[in-house]
Design a protein around this ligand. Structure first.
Ligand code: AMP
Ligand code: MN
Ligand code: MN
Length: 322
C-alpha cells in the first residue's frame, strides 16, 4: 500500500497534477489530495497543483483558485504526484516537471496504465482516481471540503453511479463521504446536470447529426473545428454528449469525434458491454477502460470512422461466435 503521507513527509516541495482536458475526477482527486496534504502539513511544505483550464462547474471546490495552468519549467520538485493519468504524456504541460522531479508517484484507476512512475498505485477495478485516493487517506482526516472533492470525482466518472464501474465499494465510499455532511444533490446538479445554453445547443446538434452504422450497433457523431469556433466552445462543453449517444436503443458502441486540428481528431468511445473500447483505443495510442476510452487519430474523419468500425465489427463478430 502506498504510504502517501510518509512520502510527502520526506519532501519539501510537492507538485500534484491530473490529466489534460481535466474532468471531474482529475480536478476532484488533485484538490482532494491537495486539501488533505495542506491540512496535515500546515504550511510546512510547498504544494502546487497543475491542471489545464478547469471547467467553471468545478470552481466551487475548495482551493480551486490555486490551480496553476502553466508549468514552472525550471522548478525541480522533491515529489510529483500524478493523478487519473494512464500514461505520462497525459500530464500534458506538466510532463516536463514530472521528468525533473526527484521522486514520482502515479495514482490511477485505468487498466491501460503504463506504470510510468517510481511509485505506482493503480487499481484497475476502481470507479475513479477519487475512489483510489479515498483508500489511501486516513478516514478520520477526511473533512467535508475534502469529501466534496472526492465525491465530485466519483459522481463524474460513474455518470452519477450508473456506469458499470460503480461497485459496492464505490457506493460504500460515497456513503462515507456523505456522512461528512456534503450536499450530494447540489454537487450532482450543479457540476453534472446543469448545462449552459451553448452546451445544450451542441448536444442537440450532435444528436441531430449522428449517424448509425453496422445495422444500428454503432452510433457516431462528429464535431468539426469550425463548429467549436462558431459556438465559442471548449472541449469540456462536449462532456455528457457521448453518454446520451450511448443510451440509444440497439447501440453497442458510441463514438464522438472532435476535430482538434485539420487531420487530427480526438476520439471518445463508450461501450454497452460487448466491445472492449480500451483495446481499440490502445491500438491508436490511447487507452482508458473497457467501457469508456479515448484516443487521438490523425487523418480524415472518413479514415477514423472506417478504422474504428472495422475493429468494432471484429469484436462484435468474435462475441457472437462465443
Ligand atoms: P473521454 O472519452 O475523453 O471522456 O475518456 C474516456 C476515458 O478514457 C477516460 O477514463 C480517459 O481518461 C481515457 N482516455 C481518453 N483519452 C485517452 C488517451 N488519449 N489516452 C489514454 N486514455 C484516454
Ligand atoms: Mn479523468
Ligand atoms: Mn478517472
Amino acid at each position: 500500500m502506498l504510504e502517501l503521507l510518509e512520502l510527502v513527509n520526506k519532501a519539501d516541495t510537492v507538485a500534484i497534477a491530473g490529466h489534460l482536458c481535466p474532468d471531474g475526477d482529475s480536478v476532484g482527486s488533485c484538490l482532494g489530495v491537495y486539501n488533505y496534504l495542506t491540512r496535515e502539513f500546515k504550511g510546512q511544505k510547498q504544494i502546487d497543483v497543475y491542471q489545464e483550464s478547469v471547467p467553471a462547474e468545478f470552481s466551487f471546490l475548495e482551493n480551486a483558485q490555486i490551480i496553476r495552468a502553466e508549468a514552472a519549467p525550471d522548478k525541480i520538485y522533491d515529489l510529483f504526484i500524478a493523478l487519473d493519468c494512464s500514461s505520462v504524456d497525459r500530464l500534458g504541460f506538466a510532463e516536463a516537471m514530472f521528468h525533473k522531479a526527484k521522486t514520482t508517484v502515479n495514482i490511477d484507476h485505468h487498466i491501460s496504465n503504463t506504470n510510468f512512475a517510481q511509485y505506482n498505485h493503480v487499481e484497475g477495478e476502481a470507479s475513479s482516481a477519487c475512489e483510489v485516493v479515498y483508500g489511501l487517506m486516513d478516514k478520520d482526516k477526511i473533512d467535508q471540503k475534502i469529501a466534496e472533492c472526492l465525491y465530485l470525482g466519483i459522481v463524474h466518472d460513474t455518470g452519477v453511479f450508473k456506469h458499470s464501474n460503480t461497485s459496492k465499494k464505490t457506493m460504500e465510499v460515497a456513503g462515507c463521504l456523505l456522512e461528512t455532511g456534503i450536499s450530494s444533490s447540489q454537487i450532482i446538479d450543479d457540476s453534472f446536470y446543469r448545462k449552459t445554453y451553448l452546451q445544450n445547443q451542441i448536444l442537440g446538434r450532435c444528436l441531430l447529426e449522428s449517424i448509425l452504422l453496422l445495422n444500428g450497433r454503432i452510433i457516431f457523431s462528429f464535431v468539426p473545428q469550425k463548429i467549436m469556433q462558431l459556438y465559442g466552445a471548449v472541449p469540456s462543453d462536449l462532456d455528457g454528449i457521448i453518454d446520451q449517444l450511448r443510451v440509444t436503443e440497439g447501440v453497442e458502441v458510441a463514438i464522438l469525434v472532435r476535430e482538434e486540428e485539420t487531420q487530427r481528431n480526438k476520439v471518445s468511445m463508450r461501450s454497452n458491454g460487448k466491445v472492449d473500447v480500451s483495446r481499440i483505443c490502445e491500438m491508436f495510442g490511447g487507452g482508458g477502460h473497457k467501457m469508456a476510452a479515448g484516443c487521438t487519430i490523425n487523418g480524415s474523419i472518413h479514415d477514423v470512422v472506417n478504422n474504428l468500425s472495422v475493429q468494432i465489427e471484429h469484436q462484435l463478430n468474435a462475441y457472437t461466435e462465443q
